[in-house]
Ligand binder design. Structure first.
Ligand code: ATP
Ligand code: MG
Length: 556
């Protein structure tokens, strides 16, 4: 990564020898949902920094809350982290493997007079906490003896008390200006089966108590997290200092926010459970599984993360920046092919029936090494309905009666006749072609104002094409009318399915996940669930930022 405030902190540590020039980072997801692009930013940051300093990078599941965590999420997270290329080597850890050690640390704090068992319920704890301007009130259980605390804590573990009956709290300062230091909860009783430890435990540590211990146990040097935890850092430090164990440095950075996008596992889960999308890997989702299925190459995400950098202040990135990162990669790497989404039949009247001509098409003009391929031209072809107007407005230069255009990689054609059905719908065009213009150039220097794509009717096949648009139609999906939530901003036209697009034959050999540019239409990818004869292509993005154009127009 380019130099940033995190690398500056590390450089300073390396100068002073704080960690003996060691750098060890981690990515600590809670397995309560699929990873999203915000997590990609955190992974990229932690992994790149470790690599840059010849350090180490751990993947650690922060699985301390049994209620929302599942094995499915563990599996998906591992897959996504590996897909991004963040190699944690053999360092895959689970906070739940440290439960015994954490219990012992808690007991040690009790013995040091730094923790106590409290019988207040959640409501009572909240109300006795005070406010930003008023101090809190000491719990009546604050001065229990060490022996009583140890005994009660052990019995909490044994399962003698119901959920919520008792907590273990740190004994810090109920008047501290930082509310996080007002005797925060370290353990709560939850008679709930854990996806890994099953029923071995009925008390679970809170994030604040557990996280620093996890980092310390793994010898993490730099514990990088998002800004919300800045006010928790004094607590992170307090636990480690009281225990006198290895003390990593917590560093906070601004989380990623993107326009037209929600980045919160809880909200993404709502979209999945409410069937607003087809699943966590729906190509419209900002999850890594969704982006991957949509066709985003991981390099696009790397470039995106590199470009947005890391900062100390929250901001929102325009989703156009993400879309541009995919175009930047695919413009150079995706083979260009021709497909017609909404076909209009064109008969080339001066070509005999049955004649098939082979033409050569360039696979990617940006990269000659990608070579050429054969395409076929015959009496019946398809063009895009949009590329013809019977009564063309002034700025329309494509096909219209009497007008000539270029067929990409083929010939000039001229519209001679428009055929309509009984209702007046245009069902066919009859055009002539100029054999002198093979390859798309006229020997007499005649110019045409438009080049359109097309496919040969006898040498093309039908496929399904999914056109995706933004999932939300408000740049800030959280901004809603009163009484509504972010789901009211869902874009009802975020998916358009076309069942009978016409594709050039070379696409029959497409492999799952393979990416193409459909000329003039955008970047597309063969859906990973697509199988056998029924091919399904997903649009990854349009060729240009069409929204930016629309927004500009609206502003005018
Ligand atoms: P969410 O709010 O989506 O549920 P989370 O922060 O609760 O996310 P965790 O599993 O705790 O999810 O996150 C693992 C790591 O990813 C944390 O270190 C967190 O700071 C980081 N992270 C989560 N969301 C973002 C984001 N939008 N931008 C950058 N980093 C993020
Ligand atoms: Mg969380």
């Amino acid at each position: 990564m380019k130099p940033n405030f995190v690398t500056e902190i590390i450089d300073e540590h390396n100068k002073t020898g704080r960690f003996k020039a060691r750098v060890h980072t981690r990515f600590p997801p809670e397995p309560n949902g699929y990873l999203h692009i915000g997590h990609a930013k955190a992974i990229y940051l932690n992994y790149s920094i470790a690599r840059q300093y010849n350090g180490k990078f751990n993947l650690r599941f922060d699985d301390t809350n049994p209620c929302k965590e599942e094995q499915e999420y563990v599996d998906s997270i591992i897959k996504d982290v590996l897909w991004l290329g963040a190699d944690y080597e053999n360092r895959l850890f689970y906070a739940s493997d440290y439960f015994e050690q954490m219990y012992e640390y808690a007991a040690l704090l009790i013995k040091k007079g730094k923790a106590y068992v409290c019988d207040l319920n959640a409501d009572q704890i909240r109300t006795s906490r005070g406010t930003l301007t008023a101090p809190g009130k000491d719990s009546p259980y604050r001065n229990r003896s060490t022996d009583e605390n140890l005994d009660l804590f052990m019995r909490m573990r044994k399962g003698e008390f119901p959920d919520g009956a008792k907590t273990l709290r740190a004994k810090i300062d109920m008047a501290n200006p930082n509310l996080n230091l007002r005797d925060p909860i370290m353990y709560r009783i939850l008679h709930s089966s854990h996806h890994r430890t099953k029923d071995a435990w009925c008390i679970y540590p809170t994030y604040d108590f557990a996280h620093g211990l996890e980092d310390s146990i793994e010898n993490i040097t730099h514990s990088i997290c998002t800004l919300e935890f800045e006010n928790h850092r004094p607590l992170y430090d307090w636990f480690l200092d009281q225990l006198g164990i290895f003390h990593p440095q917590q560093i906070e950075f601004a989380r990623l926010n993107i326009t037209y996008t929600v980045l919160s596992k809880r909200k993404l889960l709502e979209l999945v459970e409410g069937n607003f999308v087809s699943g966590w890997d729906d190509p419209r989702m900002p999850t890594l599984a969704g982006l991957r299925r949509r066709g985003y190459p991981k390099e696009a995400l790397h470039n995106f993360c590199e470009e947005i950098g890391v900062a100390k202040f929250n901001s929102t990135i325009d989703v156009g920046v993400l879309e541009e990162s995919v175009r930047g990669i695919l413009n150079k790497t995706a083979a260009r092919v021709m497909a017609v989404l909404r076909p209009l039949k064109v008969t080339i009247v001066n070509l005999p029936e049955g004649a098939v001509e082979e033409l050569e098409a360039v696979n990617n003009p940006e990269d000659a090494s990608m070579g050429t391929r054969k395409i076929f031209f015959s009496r019946e072809i398809f063009i895009e309905q949009e590329d013809f107007r019977e009564n063309p407005p002034k700025e329309f230069f494509r096909l219209s009666p009497g007008r000539e255009v270029r067929l990409r990689y083929a010939y000039f054609i001229k519209c001679e006749e428009v055929i309509k059905d009984k209702e007046g719908n245009i069902i066919e065009l009859r055009c002539s072609y100029d054999p002198q213009t093979r390859g798309g150039n006229s020997p007499d220097g005649r110019k045409v104002k438009a080049t359109i794509h097309w496919v040969c009717a006898s040498h093309s096949f039908d496929a399904q094409v999914n056109l995706y648009d933004r999932l939300f139609n408000n740049p800030d999906p959280e901004k809603t009318e009163e009484g509504k939530d972010f789901k009211s901003n869902i874009n009802p036209r975020s998916l358009e399915t076309i069942n009978n697009a016409k594709l050039e034959p070379s696409l029959k050999g497409a492999q799952s996940g393979q990416r193409y540019q459909f000329e003039r239409l955008g970047y597309f990818c063969l859906d990973s669930e697509s199988s056998g004869k029924n091919l399904v292509f997903n649009r990854i993005s349009t060729l240009r930022d069409t929204w930016a154009k629309i927004e500009k127009k609206l502003k005018r």
